[in-house]
Write a protein that binds this ligand. Sequence first.
Ligand code: 5GP
Ligand code: ZN
Length: 114
Amino acid sequence: MTDCLFCGVAARDVPADVVFEDDLVLAFRDINPQAPTHILVIPRRHVGSAAELTPADDPLWARLLHVAQQLAIADGVAADGYRVVTNIGRDGGQTVGHLHLHLLGGRHMTWPPG
Ligand code: 5GP
Ligand code: ZN
C-alpha cells in the first residue's frame, strides 16, 4: 500500500533500527520507546490491523508471535517477563494503520493499561 509508514519501513524506504527480518515479518525498535525494550513486529505485507486477519493468515499471526518471543529472549527480557500487545482502531489506541505487535520489556508493566 502506498502512503503507509510501515510498508515504507518494510520496503526499507523509511529508515529504522531493524533487529530481525525474514520472508514474512520485520522487527524494528520503536522510535518513541515506552520501555527499555520496545520492538515492533510487523508483517511485510500490508494488513491494516489484527481485525483484518483471516484464517488464511494463521501462519502469519503465529510467526509474528514467535518472532516476538524470540526477540524477548534475544533482548534479555524473557526471564523477567514482558508484554506483547496489538492496538486495534481508534479506541484501541492504534495510530499506525499497519498491523504491528508491540514487544515491551525491561520494566514492570502495570494493569490495566491506560
Ligand atoms: P500504535 O499506536 O499504532 O499501536 O503504535 C504505533 C507505534 O509506532 C508507536 O509506538 C510509535 O512510537 C511508533 N512509530 C511511529 N512512527 C514511527 C517511525 O517512523 N519509526 C519507528 N521505528 N516507530 C514509529
Ligand atoms: Zn502498510
